[in-house]
Design a binder for this molecule. Sequence first.
Ligand code: ADP
Length: 230
Amino acid sequence: MVRVIMLSPPGAGKGTHSKWLTQQTGAAHISAGDLLRAEVARGSDLGRQVASYTDRGDLVPDELIFRILAPAVVAAARDTGGYVLDGFPRTMPQALRAAQFGADLALTSNAVIYLTAPEEELVSRLLDRAQRDGRADDTLSVVRHRLAVFAKETAPLVDYYRDRGILLELSTDRPEAEVQADLLGQLQTRGLLLPAAGDSRLNHAEPAVAASPVTFDPPRDDQPGEHILT
Ligand code: ADP
């Protein structure tokens, strides 16, 4: 089963591409942002603490992140055998702690998907989304701050995972269907996903959600490059 980390600056398409990937694979979609927003909506003390960071576009402290995310990852892996981690880890300390956690629970990730787009494109997508969804942190100044936080805190993870040989890098500055086809192709090339019989997605860019089911090879914990969380 696929166990992947989606790593990207705000607006590059983590959420969008996580959704179809989970629909296709049956792995659980674990969105750090969605879990945090749900906690805020619940109005708990924890949610109020979370909002004091997210509203400004600052990262939520690791302690709170692990308290909220760890149960979701464990439940997802138990229920589906896989996961698409959307928005976590986002700092080197989170990545190192997740590594330990993953190794302890035999939940190591098998790929990290790094989505990119030019900065002005990211800003414009997020401002468009603000009009649609009204997210509190999608104002221009908070968006700029989130991008700066990404550059400082999250960008170092790109080299960390690249050095481990499990980074897949894709530009999302092109039609969504093309990104889907490219990503499926890269996962298949790495043996993380087996094409279904008659699968022609790689030859023409159609939305993957409309395509035939995809099958997976069994867990490959014995493979080099699997142990990115160590
Ligand atoms: P985006 O990628 O567009 O910023 P997310 O929904 O992934 O959106 O995250 C929204 C906010 O939630 C972030 O700006 C940050 O404040 C907080 N957040 C999400 N994931 C993490 C994380 N792993 N560590 C700390 N804070 C996080």
